[in-house]
Design a binder for this molecule. Structure first.
Ligand code: PBE
Length: 575
């Protein structure tokens, strides 16, 4: 059969583009509101010294779930603080509480509505199934376009992922209220709202709370995913550890997430029937907590306002003192961190995320002529797509002009001599690479873009393959990171190897794993070693375990990049 591919993806693309523009105002309002709420939560939670919050949480857990759990809370929180994850922990708790709150505010009314109207139930159920089964990563993509990178798209994606149990259990709880009770209420002439608030909801509360508890746990399970688009907290610590293959830190951050999960789980589970309710009334305890929260919110709010007034409205204020970064393990991220120190940019922070999220953010800001600063590198399609400039870097925090090296595992020469020769002879120019990148950016499939370039540059490719022994279908595994530069180069060299009799497998990984993979032989080669400065750390760590075949491209550059319409020229202007 010859039915053309249904352009489903294209339709979704168009729809999302349209929504991005049509509802831009709404999204800005939502972003500001969510960010504002989150900041308040974080400020409240970090108002006093850690020990204060540790004591309060310990008391709260003891009250709801008995003293052994109180002891657990005390010890685990002290450990989180001791290991140095306190601030991340606060961020994570705040993010989860806020997603939980939004879930309750929206989920319970929708659940009630479902219980009251069959049609609503019939429509909502498949939507919930869809929301729960669609991989949560997918929500991140439109979320970035709508809400920019940072914590907001993370919260929205967590909310979508987590809301289902609250809606389902609210609906279930109300459905399960015994018929005779409803009949009795009817017989006494109660109005619908009396029935709901005096009969149905009170009876359904345990079920509803179970749903809320589930939702909060699901929201917590999203923190690592959310960090891919720049949400801070323990999730970002885990992601960073993966990206740099730092087992120790990964374990510490992961363990902290487990502790917080247990604490939040027990508090929400026992909120309705606290263990020591017979000693102190629930109302009193919750009133005290509420009063504390509100009071701290007001006090920190006033202090922040005064601090804000002092900051003025330079580039910093306009960009929220944020530099939009990429994958936490990337060399350019370390360089950006160093730049902040070397130029004494104390107020600034580099937001971690991914190259794709950075590109989306740049595209959005550029479209609205808004100020934005990103970590950028050349060659890159962004320079031919937008009018951009590198900020001058007199301190050379981002190194100078660099090379990209081809690195292979030991023993490749013996196992696949032909592939080794081709990889060794592979070399091209920034302009070549940029051509492939631009085609991919315009929507061409990376393999096609690579093929197109190879066809147009037969002479050059012939030099790479010159004297190489043809392969016999041996599998060669090339590793790369999803940076635009390496997507282009890896696809080109992969295609050339394929044309010469090898079966090529491309594996996309994080930076640390890319170097480690070639070093331990689980990957055969990579063409993505930026040296001498960008990947210095990884290179030094593994250099005895792999073979460096030298330069495949000369003339790359890293730095901070801004649109030309911004009137700053040097990193020094950020002060
Ligand atoms: N980059 C592109 C990478 C190397 C390739 C500059 C984003 C990095 O910073 O590690």
């Amino acid at each position: 059969m010859n039915i053309p591919k249904i352009p489903l993806g294209d339709w979704v693309d168009v729809l999302v583009k349209w929504v991005t523009v049509a509802f831009a105002g709404l999204f800005t309002v939502l972003t500001t509101a969510i960010e504002g709420l989150l900041n308040i939560l974080v400020d409240v939670l970090s108002a006093g010294p850690p020990i204060l919050l540790i004591i309060i949480l310990t008391l709260l857990v003891t009250y709801t779930s008995r003293w052994p759990l109180g002891v657990f809370t005390l010890l685990s929180l002290l450990l989180i603080d001791n290991l140095g994850y306190w601030d991340s922990g606060i961020q994570t708790i705040a993010i989860v509480l806020l997603s939980g709150l939004i879930t309750i505010i929206i989920g319970i009314p929708v659940g009630i509505w479902c219980a009251q109207r069959k049609t609503v139930h019939r429509i909502v159920t498949p939507i919930l199934d869809f929301m729960q089964t669609m991989p949560a990563f997918v929500y991140l993509i439109p979320s970035i376009l709508f809400f920019g990178i940072g914590v907001v798209p993370g919260i929205i994606a967590s909310f979508i992922f987590a809301i289902a149990p609250t809606i389902r259990m609210t609906n279930l709880g109300i459905q399960e209220v015994p018929k005779d009770l409803i009949e009795a209420a009817d017989a006494f002439g109660s109005s619908n709202s009396q029935k709901l608030f005096k009969v149905q909801l009170p009876i359904a509360t345990p079920t509803i709370m179970a749903g809320v508890n589930q939702s909060i746990m699901l929201a917590l399970s999203m923190v690592v995913t959310a960090s891919l688009v720049g949400a801070p907290g323990l999730g970002a610590d885990v992601y960073r550890a993966v990206s740099q293959i730092d087992v120790g830190r990964g374990f510490e951050a992961g363990l902290s997430i487990v502790f917080i999960a247990v604490i939040l789980d027990r508090i929400t589970q026992n909120l309705r029937k606290p263990a020591y309710e017979h000693i102190i009334k629930k109302k009193i305890v919750f009133s005290i907590v509420a009063a504390l929260v509100i009071l701290t919110a007001i006090v920190t709010g006033i202090t922040n306002q005064t601090a804000q007034d002092k900051k003025g409205n330079g580039v910093g204020a306009q960009t929220d003192y944020q530099i939009i970064g990429i994958e936490p393990g990337a060399g350019i991220m370390t360089q950006a961190g160093n730049a902040l120190k070397e130029y004494q940019l104390k107020d600034w922070q580099v937001v971690e995320g991914s190259s794709a999220a950075m590109a989306a953010e740049l595209d959005k800001a550029y479209g609205q002529k808004k100020p934005i600063i990103v970590t950028g590198w050349a060659p890159h399609w962004m320079f031919s797509t937008y009018d951009l400039k590198f900020l001058k870097d007199p301190n050379k925090s981002f190194g100078t002009v660099e090379d990209i090296h081809t690195i292979v595992r030991k023993g490749l020469e013996q196992d696949m001599p032909g592939a080794y020769t081709i990889l060794d002879q592979f070399s091209w120019k920034p302009a070549d690479m940029e051509k492939v990148m631009v085609d991919i950016k315009k929507g061409m499939d990376p393999t096609q873009a690579a093929e197109k370039w190879i066809k147009a540059n037969g002479d050059q490719v012939a030099k790479w393959t010159n004297g190489a022994k043809k392969g016999n279908g041996e599998t060669i595994n090339l590793v790369y990171v999803a940076w635009d530069t390496e997507i282009a180069s890896t696809n080109v060299i992969g295609k050339v190897l394929e044309d010469n009799g090898f079966k090529v497998k491309l594996s996309q990984v994080e930076v640390g794993p890319m170097f480690a993979g070639v070093a331990n032989g689980s990957a055969d080669a990579m063409v993505a070693g930026w040296l001498p400065s960008t990947h210095k750390k990884y290179y030094e760590q593994y250099k005895n375990d792999f073979l460096d075949l030298g330069v495949n491209l000369h003339g790359t550059r890293n730095g901070l990049v801004v649109p030309k319409y911004m009137d700053i020229d040097s990193i020094e202007d950020l002060k």
